[in-house]
Design a protein around this ligand. Structure first.
Ligand code: AMP
Ligand code: MN
Ligand code: MN
Ligand code: MN
Length: 275
């Protein structure tokens, strides 16, 4: 089964419209797809309709921003119901926090001599409710401050650099609760990206499982092949379902294209096993 259960559209910080993400996935041979925009579900109707036209199985998804022990983690919700009120209201609150953070990011950049970044970032954001650091990064490339988005994140918008703003996202318990309450399955996105020490990572997995989390991404565009093995082990140890997703954002901003990752290790139970 060629499943890709993590990707982004212009409803958050992807470069392609929802329908174009789906068409690209279909052309790449994806058989089961989820669109998982950051903190927003407004692309799902368009994506679902396009998937149906291409004969691709589609599940509604979202990637929720969470703060756990002072650091940001992402929890993907799959097979959610985007109409469920607690999920909708929770995501709405996160988006409002993003708007406040965006003004602070712009203030920080202005203090470093870079003016007009809020308006600049907004020009790259098709969804005015969803401002991501990726939109600021695209503006900074345009303004000649870095050659590409990846280098922006070495010079700006991260700890101890201009435009960094500490931010409090949702709690782990709330995020998992909203996802499960809407009928969805909660999955830890790209665990290899988090900077926790090993014991803390284990504490995180335990707490995630205790509050109803069911799976982790094992094969993702954010992991090295060594990390596929490492997190396959975590899935076995904690009894997690395994997920696979490219985290595609668009040409030039993603290492892996839609549907182009290797398969999950065979002994793991895929998150879609009973769908
Ligand atoms: P935010 O959720 O607004 O803090 O923005 C995070 C987004 O910025 C991620 O989802 C990526 O799209 C992008 N991003 C973060 N770090 C990097 C990086 N090192 N290279 C490229 N994009 C990045
Ligand atoms: Mn992103
Ligand atoms: Mn993420
Ligand atoms: Mn993502």
């Amino acid at each position: 089964m060629n499943a890709d259960l993590h990707c982004h559209s212009t409803a958050s910080d992807g470069l392609l419209a929802p329908r174009d993400v789906v068409a690209r996935a279909a052309a790449n041979g994806v058989e089961l797809l989820s669109l998982t925009d950051h903190d927003d579900t407004s692309g799902l109707d368009e994506a679902r309709a396009e998937a149906s036209a291409h004969g691709v199985r589609f599940v509604d998804g979202v990637e929720v921003s969470v703060t756990w022990r002072g650091a940001t983690v992402h929890i993907v919700g799959l097979r959610i119901d985007p109409r469920a009120a607690p999920l909708r209201e929770g995501l709405e609150a996160i988006r409002q926090g993003r708007a406040t953070r965006a003004r602070k990011i712009a203030d920080g950049l202005a203090a470093a001599g870079i003016s007009g970044s809020l308006e600049g970032a907004q020009r790259y954001a098709e969804n005015p409710e969803l401002l991501s650091r990726a939109h600021f990064a695209r503006f900074l490339v345009e303004a000649g401050r870095a050659p590409d988005v990846k280098s922006v994140f070495q010079r700006f918008l991260v700890k101890d650099r201009p435009g960094h703003v500490p931010h409090q996202w949702a709690s782990l318990q709330d995020a998992v609760g909203w996802i499960r309450g809407s009928g969805g399955v909660a999955v830890v996105a790209h665990p290899g990206r988090y900077k926790y020490e090993r014991p803390e990572m284990r504490a995180f997995f335990s707490e995630f499982r205790d509050c109803g989390g069911a799976g982790i991404e094992v094969v993702t565009g954010s992991h090295t092949p060594e990390q596929y093995h490492e997190y396959a082990k975590s899935a076995r140890e904690f009894g997690f379902l395994a997920s696979r997703g490219s985290d595609y954002h668009g040409k030039g901003e993603s290492r892996v294209d839609l549907g182009k990752l290797p398969p999950l290790p065979e002994d793991l139970k895929p998150v879609w096993h009973d769908w």
